[in-house]
Ligand binder design. Structure first.
Ligand SMILES: Nc1ncnc2c1ncn2[C@@H]1O[C@H](COP(=O)(O)OP(=O)(O)OP(=O)(O)O)[C@@H](O)[C@H]1O
Ligand SMILES: [Mg+2]
Length: 235
């Protein structure tokens, strides 16, 4: 069994006015340690796919199994536990809290953990170091560059040490040089064994992926290996 097994994933958004079939039966299996790119034009269903994979929105039909856990067979509370244990999320708009420092933003996912404040600070500092921002821990987001803010968002997604990192257009608002910096960071995390599923519509990012899935109108229209080998440290 693969680390992630997605079968017949279907999502229909329905209102009085209209009905959108955002996903129309998507099947994908992902091995642990893969850096997977999900691509496609605007409206093709990428964000819908990622939010269902992340346990944030229920599918209309289909199944997602991660590490043997059938996500949508879980109760709401158990699904929230799953998200806390298994997932880190990175979004395009960083979603940093403006009045909290980099360190405090990174510590947010640890709020519910039974750990001492000292332990939380030390774990947060570890990941800030990992993304090269230990020296900026006490800065507010407004005092950081776009790339630094995105790196804080990546650090926050990693502070729980989740086995799966989901990223929706993490380079979407960054210039080319800063995008490359973020992609290099994700690549080095992946080389340490982190499984990453990243949504992008930027062709430039392709060269970093092991595998690329292309969505069109809610369907997988191509699914191919890029030829880039997985690192041996990845399972
Ligand atoms: N909450 C919603 N209610 C109704 N329709 C929605 C909702 N969210 C998304 N859609 C529709 O579902 C389709 C897929 O949207 P989705 O956000 O997944 O696309 P995307 O590939 O992420 O696009 P983009 O590249 O612009 O971010 C689109 O037609 C969109 O309008
Ligand atoms: Mg989107």
């Amino acid at each position: 069994m693969s680390f992630i097994e997605i079968s017949n994933l279907t999502k229909i958004y329905e209102s009085d006015a209209d009905r959108v079939e955002a996903l129309r039966g998507v099947d994908i299996q992902v091995e642990e340690g893969t850096f997977l790119g999900v691509m496609g034009q605007s409206g093709s269903g990428k964000s819908t796919f990622l939010s269902i994979l992340g346990g944030l929105a229920h599918p209309s039909a289909g199944r997602i199994i991660v590490d043997g856990i059938d996500l949508y067979a879980l109760s709401g509370e158990k699904l929230a536990d799953f998200r806390r244990e298994y997932l880190g999320f990175v979004f395009q708009a960083f979603n940093l809290i403006p009045y909290l420092t980099a360190m405090e933003n990174v510590m947010l996912p640890l709020a519910v953990k039974k750990m001492s404040a000292t332990q939380k600070r030390s774990q947060a500092l570890d990941v800030l170091e990992r993304v090269g921002l230990a020296g900026r821990a006490s800065h507010l987001p407004s005092q950081l560059s776009g790339g630094e803010q995105e790196r804080v968002a990546v650090a926050r997604a990693l502070v729980n040490r989740p086995p799966l990192l989901l990223a929706d257009e993490p380079t979407g608002s960054l210039d080319t040089a800063t995008s490359e910096e973020i992609m290099d960071l994700l690549t080095s995390l992946n080389k340490e064994g982190q499984t990453i599923v990243m949504v992008t519509h930027d062709q430039e990012n392709c060269r970093y992926f092991h595998r690329r899935v292309l969505l069109r109108d809610g369907l997988v229209v191509s699914d191919e290996s890029t030829g880039l080998a997985k690192s041996s440290s990845a399972a």
